[in-house]
Design a protein around this ligand. Structure first.
Ligand code: HEM
Length: 485
């Protein structure tokens, strides 16, 4: 392998304000010109029944597609990730980045495009602007966050028409991410009680509880999530030896479009066609299985699928399907590869923030590459010092896409061909790892910056000194043992 070139370095990022998007590789050219031929090719690549469609036999129904993985031979399970990794990943995305203005396939400068989330892993998607700026998210004490009940268990606060009253509407896009949002709210509220019990003055309760929850969440990102998706070695290497490609300093942090428009969307490949939301939520006491999205759910008061935006007694999450509580109930994720669950080729319009087609998520991802004039996967890989891949299946478009591949597709292929879909490949892992760790290092309030060097999680954990998602869910009292009480 060649030594690393330093293509992403330079002042271009430093000039990017934190409320705008930036670039990690400002000197690399777009992978293709935005014209009718490139739009047609990307639309074809991302169509239902096309290259990326896992062709899940949806007629088998949501139960068999999770219990009989051999029914979807192209959509392989990842035995090393549990199903919740996907939704924690989605939750993290919604904490860092939200583009509400750019248009699909219309070239747009990132530097003039607002990012409506803070480019930090600071839970602004839960806390909004805080109790003063976002009072509708809080109890009248302005310390605890509002939470309601769906009839059996917790539900997000909602207006009469079902709209969740939360800082980021996307955290009610499906039941599982809505459940994570509710768990974070409950974790905060319990932290408030805990600190009050320790004698923390009322005027410091909100700030201290937010810090306690946020630091534990950030610890999980560094010690559980990043090692799973980027690998333990890459995560440790960036922490120990520094970032080489994501370097916005001396300016503030901003989200690069290589990450927002392509690399971090690798998570779409981990989504399963169906899940078991809970073990006995149905009115007859059976488990509630559903497709993540099913057109049959459109307009239903208590939809058959797992879309968000509705309240009903059975619409809550039992977390043992998603994270490993050691009871044998956990289900795996899908691999990080060029095979995307079929349900994602026909999203409900309600799952798309702008509310307009195309409803194929892969098409949206690929057309967003033209919006941002993203460099090819090969250019970024070679800039990082890796040998690049040629993806012959793209040659028939006659546009050179086999050598100049859209970054999202390239990174999925890399994960599949180099990491067997278990973990991101070298380019994807470095890109994701550097942005995540960079955001934490650039945030003066993160645990990496603000906590004492020897800080360790202080909330109760199964294994003292470590703190995992299962511990966070226990703290929020939404874990299986708490549900059983
Ligand atoms: C059921 C699960 C998911 C659904 C339905 C979903 C859906 C969507 C949709 C509709 C968009 C907007 C696409 C566009 O117009 O460009 C989007 C953007 C995005 N998604 Fe997902 N997503 C899911 C899970 C994930 C996961 C697991 C990750 C990462 C681990 C992820 C990362 C992203 C990123 C980075 C963006 C760009 C966000 C922005 O700045 O606006 N998504 N997703």
């Amino acid at each position: 392998m060649a030594g690393p070139a330093i293509a992403g370095h330079g002042p271009a990022q430093a000039a990017t304000p934190s409320d705008r998007f930036g670039r990690m590789f400002p000197n690399l050219p777009p992978f293709i010109a935005a014209d009718s031929r490139s739009r047609a090719a990307l639309t074809d690549m991302g169509k239902r029944g096309g290259l990326l469609d896992a062709r899940d036999p949806l007629n088998e129904g949501p139960v068999r597609l999770i219990t009989n993985p051999e029914l979807s031979p192209r959509n392989r399970d990842n035995p090393f990730h549990t199903a919740g990794t996907t939704f924690f990943g989605q939750f993290l995305d919604h904490d860092m980045t939200f583009d509400t203005t750019s248009r699909l396939a219309v070239p747009t400068p990132p530097e003039s495009t607002p990012n409506t989330r803070t480019p930090a892993l600071d839970l602004d998607s839960v806390y909004g602007g805080g109790p003063v700026a976002s009072p509708s998210l809080y109890e009248s004490d302005r310390i605890k966050l509002r939470i309601e009940s769906g009839g059996q268990f917790e539900d997000l606060p909602r207006t009469a028409n079902g709209t969740a009253i939360i800082a980021d509407p996307r955290n009610d896009e499906n039941m599982i991410i809505a459940g994570l949002q509710a768990a974070m709210i409950l974790a905060h509220n319990r932290a408030v009680d805990h600190l009050r019990g320790q004698g923390v003055p009322t005027n410091q309760l909100f700030g201290q509880a937010r810090q306690l929850v946020t630091w534990h969440y950030q610890w999980i990102i560094v010690h559980e999530f990043l090692p799973q998706v980027a690998g333990f070695g890459v995560t440790q290497d960036i922490l120990a030896h520094g970032r080489r490609f994501y370097r916005p300093e001396p300016g503030p942090a901003s989200i690069p479009v290589e990450f927002q428009g392509a690399a971090y969307r690798f998570g779409h490949s981990m989504v399963r066609p169906s899940y078991r939301a809970n073990l006995a939520g149905n009115p007859d006491g059976t488990a509630f299985f559903g497709f993540i999205f099913d057109p049959a759910g459109e307009g239903q008061a208590d939809p058959v699928d797992l879309r968000g935006g509705r309240r009903a007694r059975r619409r809550f999450i039992d977390w043992q399907t998603f994270f490993d509580f050691g009871d044998g109930q956990v289900k795996p994720n899908k691999r990080i590869d060029r095979s995307i669950s079929t349900a994602l080729f026909n999203l409900p319009l309600g799952a798309i923030a702008s509310g307009d087609p195309p409803t194929s998520l892969p098409q949206r991802n690929l057309l967003r590459h033209l919006t941002w004039s993203l460099p090819s996967g090969q250019r970024i890989a070679t800039s990082m010092g890796w040998t690049s891949l040629t993806l012959d299946e793209l040659a028939h478009y006659g546009l050179g896409l086999e050598h100049n591949t859209p970054l999202w597709y390239y990174l999925l292929a890399e994960a599949e061909l180099i990491g067997d879909g278990i973990v991101l490949g070298p380019t994807g892992a470095r890109l994701i790892g550097e942005v995540f760790i960079g955001l934490l290092q650039l945030d003066s309030r993160s645990y990496l910056r603000a906590a004492p060097a020897n800080w360790r999680p202080t909330l109760p954990a199964q294994r003292p000194g470590s703190f995992k998602m299962t511990d966070l869910l226990r703290w929020a009292r939404v874990d299986p043992a708490s549900r059983a009480q």
